[in-house]
Design a protein around this ligand. Structure first.
Ligand code: EPZ
Length: 424
């Protein structure tokens, strides 16, 4: 088990390059299933979720090679077994994104029920319903989904999701690209990662378009070609580093990120009094030392373009330093407040009104502590708190952070943080 040892109190300064988006690249790797041609993905982050997806695709029969540092080349080899191994699914829920592409390309696939991870039940009923609407037969037995398409392949359908689901939207899109006829997806997700996937599918020859804010239309085609696609910057990593700068009263420039993808976060920064400068043309965001006290705010998570649920836990650290009482309302997941308990150990004043609402009173000085968490974003949250705390913190469970953050300690050390990784 590895841990981070962090000594806080150092204002961060300098420049940090934001890596490619985890929640885009995993789906783009799955999109490579749709063609026999080679696909090249660039700006691929070095994170363990990419390694897991690479392992799964290799098991299925794909060649997946990392070339010159930040690119991946993927090509279907002999896809012998359309079967996603259980251990991958248990490690990474995103492996379920193989359902749509495998079903529409090979006519059948067996996947484990990915279940939830720490942030809630996270069923996949909307994914299954979307595939069935397109003619698939899906049987759930002993923890596995056995999915098959009609011999003529999937057919286009009108799919309306009861609530916005990011991967549900993406599974439906991927399946529709090779289905017969037109698919209309309503109440579709609008995250930037979804639109980046649409851009890649378009480059592969798919006939796919977002025809309204929450409507995506796909005209199925007989086959798709390979593509060479650059993955967009990770807005979730960007938010984490922006908060690291703000909470240490430092001055940091983030590069490789479209500030417009952080609009809901920057709106909260404006209400709190966090100084920042965005340059959309240069794809940079600069966080400046804020003068005076930060202001408490009320925040509610919503599907994009609302305030992202993945932004919620990291922001709560900043709210512990704001003057007044802030409220955080998590509307997407039913169990995404575990970080509160750990922040309280470090001196925060957080009251959980219920499993979805927290009341944060600040400012409270944070002090080092031994903390740990089994969730990617909450893990990043504890790192942020340790950077702001006086004294030294020891954070366990950092393998969860490695799932979604590329070389986080190297990037933080380069900005002046005192952090190192130890074998515990
Ligand atoms: C994606 O998860 C992201 N993961 C999550 O990021 C992100 O928090 C989430 O979208 C935001 O909505 C990836 O893209 C790999 P959903 P996803 O389907 O698609 C319910 C991170 O830290 N639901 O949008 O799995 C679900 O329980 C991760 O990078 C059903 O009920 O989430 C949730 O309450 C964490 N049935 C809501 O919908 C379904 O079939 C939104 O979930 C599907 C979802």
């Amino acid at each position: 088990m590895q841990k981070f040892v962090i000594t806080g109190g150092h204002p961060l300064s300098g420049e940090v390059r934001i890596a490619g988006a985890k929640n885009a690249v995993l789906k783009m790797m799955a999109a490579a299933v749709l063609t026999d041609d080679r696909c090249t993905l660039r700006n691929v982050p070095k994170i363990s979720d990419v390694a897991i997806m690479r392992e799964v695709m290799t098991d299925i029969g794909f060649d997946v090679r990392r070339v010159n540092g930040d690119a991946l080349e993927l090509q279907a080899h002999d896809v012998a077994w359309p079967f996603v191994p259980l251990e991958a699914a248990l490690k990474m829920r995103a492996s379920f994104i193989l359902l749509g592409p495998m079903l529409t390309r090979f006519g059948r696939v067996i996947l484990p029920n990915p279940g939830g991870d720490r942030i809630g039940r996270r069923p996949v009923n909307f994914h299954v319903a979307a595939m069935e609407a397109m003619g698939a037969t899906i049987v759930y037995r002993n923890g596995y989904y056995f999915a098959s398409a009609p011999t003529r392949g999937l057919r286009g359908a009108h799919i309306e999701f009861p609530i916005v689901t990011v991967m549900g939207t993406e599974n439906a899109m991927l399946a529709a690209t090779l289905a017969q006829g037109t698919t209309v997806i309503d109440n579709a997700a609008r995250e930037p990662e979804v639109d980046d996937l649409i851009a890649m599918l378009d480059a592969m020859g798919a006939r796919i378009e977002r025809t309204a804010e929450r409507r995506i239309e796909v005209e199925g085609v007989a086959s798709l070609r390979g593509a060479d696609h650059r993955v967009l910057g990770d807005r979730l990593e960007a938010e984490t580093f922006a908060i690291a700068a703000a909470i240490t009263r430092g001055e940091v420039t983030l590069t490789g990120i479209k500030p417009q993808h952080l609009a809901s976060f920057l709106e909260v920064c404006d209400r709190m009094g966090v100084a920042h400068e965005a340059d959309a043309a240069a794809s940079t965001l600069r966080i400046l030392p804020s003068h005076g006290a930060l202001r408490a705010v009320d925040v509610q998570t919503d599907p994009y373009p609302g305030f992202a649920t993945d932004f919620q836990a990291p922001l709560s650290v900043l709210l512990t330093q704001a003057t007044g009482v802030s409220t955080v309302h998590e509307t997407i997941f039913e169990d995404r407040m575990d970080h509160a308990r750990e922040l309280v150990k470090m001196g925060a004043s957080i009251e959980l009104v219920d499993e979805r609402r927290a009341r944060i009173t600040g400012p409270t000085p944070l002090h080092g502590a031994e903390v740990g968490i089994a969730d990617l974003r909450a893990g990043a949250t504890l790192i942020l708190a340790a950077l702001a705390a006086t004294g030294t913190s020891v954070i366990s469970g950092i393998e969860h952070v490695d799932r979604g953050y590329e070389q986080i300690e190297a990037k933080l050390v380069a900005l002046g943080a005192q952090i190192n990784r130890i074998e515990a």
